[in-house]
Design a protein around this ligand. Structure first.
Ligand SMILES: C[S@@+](CC[C@H](N)C(=O)[O-])C[C@H]1O[C@@H](n2cnc3c(N)ncnc32)[C@H](O)[C@@H]1O
Length: 353
């Protein structure tokens, strides 16, 4: 079944497959395992073995989504396979039986190639974090103080973050688990004039977001926390409008920002999903169309999801260089906010209470 040439040297990989392979190796080396890691290792093994079924699905997926970052493609392939058959997915992750696992993965890929590539074309990894509003709550309330904020959470996933902002209830519940350099910040409200949640069409549904959670007790607990938080009356009653915009359509993105006079944007775990060129284009478009004075918070996973935690940067209209503010020790926003090189200067200008 495998495609090894007679001299034993494996065929060279195309540049794009090589990128996906490196992403799978990096994701497979993540220090934590909450249900995905063995699958990423199996993918890397499959590419090393030049598995025809895997290479064919990967080539079709890359052709369907040339705009996607490599790590994102690997994660969506995992989500697609898991969403077709969760029990079979679990059987692929026996670390001591790689050959058997690869054969059964190949079988599923042969049977379901069209469905899998269809899901990868139409969908994104829309994992939505319950506690990621904590940092924007603190930064936007200090940066804007009492000025009105017209806010867009771009790449909002299930759309919970814009509704969680200004919920004292949720802030008080989750903030003590995320310690900043000076301790736990006090809750301060943001003076919202408008709030939007933006994502690609179709807007991620609950069932799709649930599929993006890993198959483990750990993620089941996090998903329950997400749903519980959505049922909070402060969240339910928040006035948030949802719109579908594809970020790759930068003209549509700029038109939205201008017509709604958006002066605050949050991009959390979104840019890594795009190719590097598209990341630059999206950030430039937001900068160009943002009302001034305005701000963009960018939270990106550490080393394209292959390490624990994430980095928070703050872009300010009229300032070329982003403020590199903090490293958050866990991407689910528990643990510590550790200051990066610009934290002190930023918080001297915009104090955190
Ligand atoms: C990993 S989720 C993050 C959700 C939420 N921001 C959070 O941090 O919990 C990334 C979201 O970005 C969205 N996204 C990625 N590329 C996009 C695009 N081209 N246009 C619009 N949304 C996009 C995805 O659909 C997905 O819902």
């Amino acid at each position: 079944m495998r495609d090894a040439p007679p001299d034993g040297e494996p065929r060279p990989l195309s540049e794009t497959i090589e990128l996906v392979y490196r992403a799978a190796v990096a994701l497979g080396g993540h220090p934590q395992d909450h249900g995905w890691r063995e699958f990423y290792r199996l993918m890397a093994f499959g590419v090393e073995q030049r598995s025809p079924a895997l290479l064919s699905v990967l080539n079709d997926a890359i052709a369907a989504r040339p705009d996607s970052g490599a790590a994102h493609l690997v994660t969506v392939l995992g989500i697609a396979v898991k969403s077709i058959d969760q029990e079979r997915f679990k059987s692929f992750t026996a670390a001591d039986q790689r050959d058997r696992c690869l054969r059964s993965l190949e079988q599923l890929l042969y049977e379901q190639a069209n469905t899998i590539v269809g899901l990868i074309s139409a969908r994104q990894n829309s994992f939505t974090g319950t506690r990621r509003f904590l940092v924007p709550q603190v930064l936007l309330s200090t940066y804007f103080l009492n000025r009105p904020v017209r806010f867009a959470d771009i790449g909002t996933g299930l759309g919970v973050l814009p509704a969680q902002l200004n919920s004292p209830d949720l802030f008080q519940r989750f903030a003590p688990d995320l310690v900043w350099p000076g301790g736990v910040p006090a809750y301060r409200p943001i003076r919202f004039a408008a709030r939007f949640g933006i994502d690609r069409d179709p807007l991620p549904s609950r069932s799709w977001v649930q599929r993006c959670y890993g198959p483990s007790n750990y993620y089941e607990g996090l998903y329950r926390e997400l749903i519980h938080s959505m049922e909070n009356p402060e969240v339910k009653n928040a006035a948030v409008e949802y719109r579908t915009i594809d970020l790759l359509d930068v003209a549509a993105l700029k038109a939205f920002l201008r017509s709604e006079e958006i002066n605050a944007v949050n991009l959390s775990y979104v840019l890594y999903q795009l190719s590097h060129d598209h990341r630059r284009q999206v950030v430039a478009a937001i900068n160009e169309a943002l009302a001034t004075p305005g701000a963009v918070i960018v939270t990106e996973p550490e080393r394209e999801l292959s390490q624990q935690g994430c980095t928070v940067s703050f872009l300010e209209s009229g300032r070329d260089k982003p403020w590199r503010l903090a490293y958050v020790s866990d991407g689910h926003f528990k643990g510590a906010v550790q200051p990066l090189e610009d934290f002190e200067e930023f918080t001297t200008i915009h104090p955190i209470v």
